[in-house]
Design a binder for this molecule. Structure first.
Ligand code: SAH
Ligand code: TMP
Ligand code: ZN
Length: 411
């Protein structure tokens, strides 16, 4: 097995077994032809990249009925508004010549704010259904995967970019060197490439193994990003931890030597060494933690079933696909999962085939327990669902460990 980034031999960490497409919510008639692949993870001791050994063809994951719409979370709406404000206040003062590119703009959650301010921008989004919503939100977007061909096409009718932004998508793209070459093509001499993704350090510390699924071909650290982009003359000049998606890191890159390196970079590299993000033993410990977490969750769900309790799921996230399939949980343990995304209603969860119902059904229902699959949005959800606890409902959370929250134990 060779590293996707540096081509050196990689060390196998663990297998999560056979997995379907994480966002591949499906109707009953599609069960028999459902696609599965082996979800195996590995670590490169040379460039420190955590990676999937195999990833399905991107066209199987990103298409005209992609099930994830960024704007389903109110807090994420606010968050991306702030990202846009941050760019406009700090990097886009001269709006006349400014140009912002976003890779994986989804429904336009960030770019619509840039657009509202009349700043030239372009979103690159291969999933045409979400790109369509971006366009309805006044965003200029092209339905395409970001690569060198797309970069060349953009340059035919645009100037170079001040900012290239990418949230929760860089870790989806297997060919990092192609991205880096495309960024090199598109960026102004002094431009910046800013991206953020779930952070390897948080995943290991919280045993949030549900961040590992087909789309996330990498889990990044400052070490791995420095190495990967260093091969392409791009340099990390600043990093900022974020609270989103259960703990993310935002990386600011520039052409090598074009900016001063902020102290945040050396600080985070030092912290990563303390966390052991550069050592294989850390991942062996992670494997044991995942197995423990799985056993605890299965044990709890079986016990509740024995006791005749009604258990449902809250939010049919892509992350839940890893939990459900790795733990072998089906509708005998979780009756249904409610979600606010209309495209998922009436369908079934990938692989585990649990029915997905609308949020309204959950509101009407009075289940005893709800497994919180969107734990990364827990602040927003607990705020919204305070009645569930008040009325005697119990949350089951599994990050960082399996436990029950009810009106006695929730503070
Ligand atoms: N940026 C948004 C969306 C993240 S989901 C947010 O943070 O909420 C990832 C998005 O990236 C999806 O909309 C997917 O269609 C898109 N995507 C996947 N591969 C891509 C690629 N190679 N180039 C551009 N976009 C891609
Ligand atoms: P994410 O964890 O990848 O951001 O996905 C969030 C999913 O959770 C998405 O399918 C929408 C759903 N969701 C709810 O059902 N209710 C909520 O209150 C929130 C915030 C999200
Ligand atoms: Zn490597």
């Amino acid at each position: 097995m060779k590293c996707r980034v540096c081509s050196k031999n990689i060390e196998s960490i663990m297998s999560f077994g056979s997995m379907p497409i994480a966002n591949g919510f499906l109707s009953l008639d599609k069960f028999k032809n459902e696609y599965f692949f082996e979800l195996n993870t590995a670590f490169c001791m040379n460039c420190k990249m955590f990676q999937l050994v195999d990833q399905p063809d991107p066209k199987m994951m990103f298409h005209d009925s992609y099930a994830f719409f960024s704007s389903t979370s109110r807090k994420m709406e606010e968050y991306f508004k702030n990202v846009a404000e941050h760019f406009m206040n700090n990097y886009l003062r001269n709006t006349e010549n400014a140009f912002v590119i976003e890779i994986g703009c989804n429904d336009g959650i960030m770019l619509k704010h840039i657009s509202n301010r009349g700043i030239k921008h372009l979103g690159i989004e291969p999933s045409s259904n979400v790109a369509e919503v971006a366009k309805q939100n006044g965003v200029n977007a092209i339905t395409s995967f970001f690569n060198e061909e797309t970069a060349a096409y953009i340059l035919e009718s645009n100037n170079h970019a001040d900012i290239i932004f990418a949230a929760n998508v860089m870790c989806h793209i297997p060919d990092i060197h192609s991205v880096a070459r495309s960024v090199n093509l598109l960026l102004k001499e002094n431009g910046i490439f800013v991206f953020e993704d779930p952070y390897l350090g948080d995943v290991l510390q919280k045993t949030s193994y549900d961040q590992i699924y087909d789309e996330h071909v990498y889990l990044f650290s400052v070490h791995s990003i420095t190495n990967a982009f260093g091969l392409n003359n791009l340099e990390v000049f600043h990093v900022e931890p974020q609270l989103t998606h259960g703990g993310s890191m935002r990386y600011y890159l520039c052409r090598r030597g074009s900016k001063d390196i902020n102290i945040s970079v050396t600080k985070q590299l030092k912290k990563e060494k303390e966390l052991g993000l550069d050592k294989f033993q850390t991942f062996q410990k992670f494997k044991l933690n995942c197995e423990q977490n799985k056993n605890d969750l299965i044990k709890l769900l079986n016990k509740l079933k024995e006791d005749g309790k009604r258990v449902v799921g809250y939010a049919a996230t892509s992350k839940s696909t890893t939990i459900l399939n790795y733990c072998g949980i089906d509708s005998s343990l979780i009756e249904y999962i409610s979600d606010t995304t209309p495209i998922k209603y009436g369908k079934f969860t990938p692989g585990s085939h649990i029915p997905v119902k609308s949020y309204e059904e959950f509101k009407k229902d009075k289940p005893d327990y709800a497994v919180l699959f969107a734990w990364n949005h827990s602040n927003e959800i607990f705020e919204k669902e305070c009645d569930f606890l008040k009325n005697g409902g119990n949350w089951i959370v599994f990050v960082p460990e399996v436990k029950i929250l009810n009106k006695e134990t929730y503070s």
